[in-house]
Design a binder for this molecule. Structure first.
Ligand code: MF3
Ligand code: CO
Length: 255
């Protein structure tokens, strides 16, 4: 069942989204060679709790941290570690969620560690553009398939692989709600979008193949062919008319 949020509920999700935006900005600043993802995780938890929110990932189905930190060929759900410091030339995806007064926000970005190669920089840039292409389709009356089709079209035009085994999702009181929002699809297919729906759109785009596997730790997802992968996610709200509001990017305006 897809839940529709009223104006008061949307306002609370806006508060959660704005707080997560602040956290993500601060996390971005501490990514550098030599830093550990465990330290970044501890910092994220501190930032979230300091504002009276809770880290939504921690203990979610037994997940042991407040962020997912996925390096290079790790797609998502990488567990923070103090064993392998970040190395220049790598790309790091940080995914984080919080719950504020019972309302969830979920967001992710990929960033280069030190200097990265031009192909990796382009992968990150195009993955972000994939999110915005998808979000542009997230308007009342459109369908879930319109979002996925837009993401897939841009990614595949660059020869990239669109991860299929993991999807975006509805979000609200729970981190994962209906509908599931794949990053591929057919225009005009799937659930119809309505004002007050809140969705986490999260393209996961590989430099090579879209196929993935799960590591021994039971969490980390990597590309099967070892290709680096980027991830970009925001929580959005479908509006009465026109383009969506990006709750985890306060102040964003469409042009
Ligand atoms: N942020 C992820 C998502 O978008 C969820 C992380 S799974 C967890 O669905 F276990 F780490 F919480
Ligand atoms: Co998500």
């Amino acid at each position: 069942m897809i839940s529709i949020k009223n104006a008061a509920q949307l306002e609370r999700m806006r508060q959660a989204g704005a707080l997560l935006y602040e956290v993500m900005q601060k996390l971005r600043e501490v990514v550098r060679p030599g830093e550990t993802t465990a330290a970044i995780d501890a910092y994220a938890e501190e930032l979230i709790r300091k504002e009276g929110a809770l880290p939504s990932f921690l203990n979610y189905r037994g997940y042991p941290a407040s962020i997912c930190a996925s390096v290079d060929d790790q797609v998502v759900h990488g567990i923070p570690t103090d064993k392998q410091p970040l190395q220049a030339g790598s790309i790091l995806s940080i995914d984080c969620g919080l719950v504020l007064d019972g309302w969830q926000a979920d967001s992710a970005f990929t960033v280069g560690v030190g200097e990265i190669s031009p192909p990796l920089a382009l992968l990150i840039e195009v993955t972000e553009r994939c999110f915005f292409e998808g979000a542009r389709q997230a308007i009342s009356g459109n369908r879930v398939g319109d979002i996925g089709h837009a993401v897939q079209t841009l990614a595949e035009r660059h020869g990239y692989g669109v991860i299929r085994d993991l999807t975006g999702h509805g979000i609200g009181r729970n981190m994962h709600e209906d509908p599931s929002v794949p990053n591929f699809g057919e225009p005009g297919r799937g659930a119809r979008l309505r004002p007050g729906m809140t969705l986490a759109l999260e393209p996961m785009i590989s430099l090579g193949s879209w196929q993935v596997q799960e590591m021994q730790d039971g969490w980390t997802i990597t590309t099967l062919d070892g290709s680096p992968c980027a991830h970009y996610e925001h929580t959005i709200a479908i509006t009465e008319d026109g383009l969506p509001e990006i709750l985890t990017l306060p102040g964003h305006t469409w042009q």
